[in-house]
Design a protein around this ligand. Structure first.
Ligand code: MN
Length: 422
């Protein structure tokens, strides 16, 4: 686990004035990593850190000598803490670096972004127990949670090639669907297109094949966390998911935020991992004192929608969901890493582990339309009178996240945004 140090000091301010505005996503205590270039340019993407409404070009500031984020993610925990300290010291008010680093700043609004790293492999888990229970009831009323759920962090291997960065349009997928009374499926556009509110956990240093990562070492192998929308075609999913799990219902597109919030930045926002007495306690390889004391992440999550009609009328997005990652997740990120590697599977820098849909215990904290509409049986009503069962063309979905706690400066995860195209 990463310690709270001078880089988290609430009194620390930056010479980048926009970073000192209360409520800003990227104060000097955050320092998330992404890949950017001037918008519309053909330059190679380079590594930046968000500060206020600016991006600091780390190479131009003389802090690193690579444009390869995955190489940077392969650093040891000590090297990472050292780099964070150098960035924080240089951006702090009255730093001697100000004059030189000012030239390495770019306004975020004048930049474009790509995936924050090269994702070689992507695994999606199913750690949201309220989501798993509600969805399980829809698909299997008598048997919502499979017996393995409380023993095994359930997951499936997803597809890395179709990950996109926030702002990329999402094309409605075609696929096979079986209408309720039909004898045979048809091929056509998904009519039950949904989102999934998730966190993405990015792997830092990997492990050699055959050498599992222990739960106590797992956080040293986690680089950080970003917002993640696992777009899902529920009609395709219902028809294809047995016996091998989701396939084309999930792999047409998934949207990530441009910024990875490092595990170091999240140090003040940790919470205990607990397991109810009546539930099975984790097997020893999924249990450890560090994980029990602070394995959970105290991150607030929000989903908003703006329909095409709202956009044309100049109406702001409206909230669909507000919840907390830590109320939702049955397993911690460290447990996912320990489980994923216990059989000898090797993780590599930049690999992405999806948390699964992080729905809270109540309906206003449900992280998908599948849950908000009870499997499409009801609709939700928007303030302008429009209703939604599932997503329609022109709908924009916005995921937001942030951490807030007494004695710490609020940090934000930014946004993961996508608009559905027909
Ligand atoms: Mn998912």
């Amino acid at each position: 686990m990463y310690a709270i140090d001078a880089t988290h000091d609430p009194k620390r301010r930056s010479w980048v004035e926009s970073a000192n505005v209360p409520g800003a996503d990227y104060p000097i205590q955050n320092l998330p990593f992404g890949r950017f270039r001037p918008a519309g340019s053909a330059q190679a993407y380079r590594i930046g850190v968000a500060i206020g409404d600016q991006v600091l070009d780390l190479r131009a500031a003389g802090l690193i000598d690579t444009d390869d984020m995955n190489a940077l993610m392969n650093a040891s925990a000590a090297e990472r803490v050292h780099l964070r300290t150098k960035i924080s010291d240089g951006l702090a008010a009255h730093s001697a670096s100000q004059a030189a680093w000012q030239r390495a700043l770019h306004p975020q609004s004048a930049c474009e972004y790509t995936l924050p790293c090269r994702v070689g492999d992507y695994t999606d888990f199913y750690t949201g127990i309220h989501h798993a229970t509600t969805v399980g009831k829809l698909f299997r009323p008598d048997n919502p949670l499979m017996p393995s759920y409380k023993w095994v962090p359930i997951g499936y291997h997803g597809r890395a090639s179709s990950l996109v960065v926030s702002g990329t349009a999402v094309k409605r997928p075609n696929g096979q669907t079986l209408a309720p009374d039909a004898k045979a499926p048809v091929l056509g556009p998904s009519m039950r297109l949904d989102y999934e509110l998730e966190l993405g956990y990015y792997i830092g240093r990997g492990n050699a094949q055959g050498h599992p990562i222990s739960i106590d070492d797992a956080e040293a192998h986690l680089f950080g966390v970003g917002l993640f929308n696992d777009w899902s075609a529920r009609d395709l999913q219902a028809w294809e998911y047995q016996p091998l799990g989701p396939f084309l219902s999930k792999n047409f597109s998934s949207t990530v935020a441009p910024w990875i919030i490092t595990m170091e930045a999240l140090a003040p926002f940790r919470a205990a991992f607990t397991r109810a007495k009546d539930d099975p306690q984790p097997l020893p390889y999924l249990d450890g004192s560090k994980n029990r004391e602070q394995g959970q992440l105290d991150i607030q999550l929000e989903v908003l929608i703006q329909t095409e009609r709202m956009r044309e009328a100049g109406e702001a997005p409206v909230r669909l969901t507000l919840g907390s990652a830590h109320d939702a997740a049955y397993w911690t990120a460290a447990q996912l890493v320990a489980h994923h590697t216990v059989n000898g599977c090797n993780l590599q820098p930049g690999d992405l582990l999806g948390s699964g849909t992080l729905s809270g215990p109540t309906k206003d904290s449900a992280g998908s339309l599948l849950e908000l509409t009870s499997g499409g049986k009801t609709t939700i009503r928007l303030p302008n009178g429009e209703t939604r069962g599932f997503l329609e063309n022109g709908d924009t979905l916005i995921l937001r996240g942030w951490c807030e706690r007494d004695g710490a400066v609020r940090i934000g995860l930014g946004e993961a945004v996508g608009t559905i195209q027909g």
